[in-house]
Design a protein around this ligand. Sequence first.
Ligand code: M6R
Length: 615
Amino acid sequence: MCGIVGYIGNQNVIGVILEGLKRLEYRGYDSSGISFYCENDKKIEVIKKSGKIKDLVNEIDKRKLCKSHIGIAHTRWATHGEPTDINAHPHTDCTGNIALVHNGIIENYRTLKSFLLDKGHRFKSETDTEVLVHLIEHFYKNDLLEAVKKSLKMVEGTYGILLLSSYEPDTIIAARKGSPLIIGKADGQMIAASDASAIVSLTNQILYMQDNDIARIKKESIEIYNIELEKTSDSDFEQIDLTISQIEKGGYSHFMEKEIFEQPEALTNTFIGRIDFENGTFRLNGIKEKFKDLLNADRIIITACGTSWHSALIGKYLIEKYTNIPVEVDYASEFRYKNPIITEKTVVILVSQSGETADTLAALRESKNKGATTIGICNVVGSTIARETDCGIYTHVGPEIGVASTKAFTAQVLVFFMLSVALGRKKYLTFEDGIKFIKEIQSVPEKIKRILGSQNVFKSLDSIVETNYIKNNFLYLGRGINFPVALEGALKLKEISYIHAEGYPAAEMKHGPIALIDENMPVLFISLKDSIYDKIINNIKEIKARKGYVITIASEDDTEISKIVDKVIYIPKIIEDLSPLLSVIPLQLLAYKTAVKKGLDVDMPRNLAKSVTVE
Ligand code: M6R
């Protein structure tokens, strides 16, 4: 939930870690701080500030800084203690000789804190993290690594930590359990961070730390130990495929806007190498070994959070339709607190853009414990979920930085479609069906481009925003495969424009929510010319009869609908099962434009963070 970065090398450390922090700001942005070792004074200095990283930079600019080539930094999403200067990381021990940044949660911090208070330690903050640095101080007897090991053994919870100490001023100690941490190596320089975006400006040589790893990082060398401090042989760096331009805005005002507009190209990357014309199917090499398990599954469970959960609902619809295999969709946050029915013939699919979401990871581990075959649908290559599942399918849409997920959603839906067709082809879909589906998928990027390039779409959106940005509530209604799109549209509006919005199955309206309808309630329908078009028109009429303001996403050949609704956004025709890929685009834009109109911080909405690595 937070971002951490540490650097040791020939460059002035402040510039490097601040650049890294800015790249990680999407992970948390309520306060931030840095700590570095002053070579002349031979002591650790800490600067921290509540607010965004620019507030920290202003604070740093006021100071006269010493020479330093080693430091750590943190950008926070508060869990324990409000986002104040004092609660910001890094945290230090009583002597100020050890500084630490932490991403995760120390669950037993109360017990540890009272133990440390009894020993005379003085605490400055309300955070769970501060106990860890005092614990290390408590155990320190001229061997930092040993003190870290002893402390981590007492900790319950999750952590990715970086530690700096004047006791060993040429070393950063890193450790991980449950929170991501990677290390990058360049000539005479090492950098450690929560994710690769903070590293790629320096190097593409990356090492993924594993759970329970502790690393001693020096300028020219790295040693990896397990929690017993036995050296592991696993310190292989690999080359990653990520460029700076992929993580910059490239002329757009916001990452979210960029990511919406990237979708034609991004989705092409999702399907392009997977088309198998010869066999009228899709080649999903990542799950080759477990494909039979899927085909023979007694049940498939898909589990995920947020937007990824919405794509899972679409996945259920498609897999059941093309394979007849029963599919259940679970919130990952609920999964381990019930009794998920798993047999050795159950396959669990974990969907996660980041591949680091704590609840989804916990659901994965629970599924593995119970003997299920596990398959990941992730975007971030090398992420924890991608590595811990038996196998998986990457969405390959490049880094998604905007907190509101856009291109990851459409790519996940596309992956579910390809997976369903590939499985269906082994069941009852014909070769001709397969070819038809391939052609339909190939038409998707062009059709999204048409929406994104349409003046009419943008004119309608602008006038909808103008009328409705001041509203407090919104309803999104859809049916069938477009019901999850209604949920997704509502989530987008909530998270970035702070308007309360609810997604609902259109026909369920009359069982309660219709009581909310009056002239102040904008109701957005997804009413495409599909198998349930007539039914949804009836639902629209029910709203209009109660003076509701109706906006609809309609098929471009629907000449009638404008007569019964207030605003229409037309989208190109496509087969029903791929329609979410088009119907969601205006909803992403509507949320984006509303947030911009309201002057809100689109990429860093309040209270949120991009990847939720705490429970
Ligand atoms: O990285 P993940 O796909 O696992 O993230 C899951 C949710 O936290 C995420 O989709 C969240 O709901 C987004 N902010 C939605 O836009």
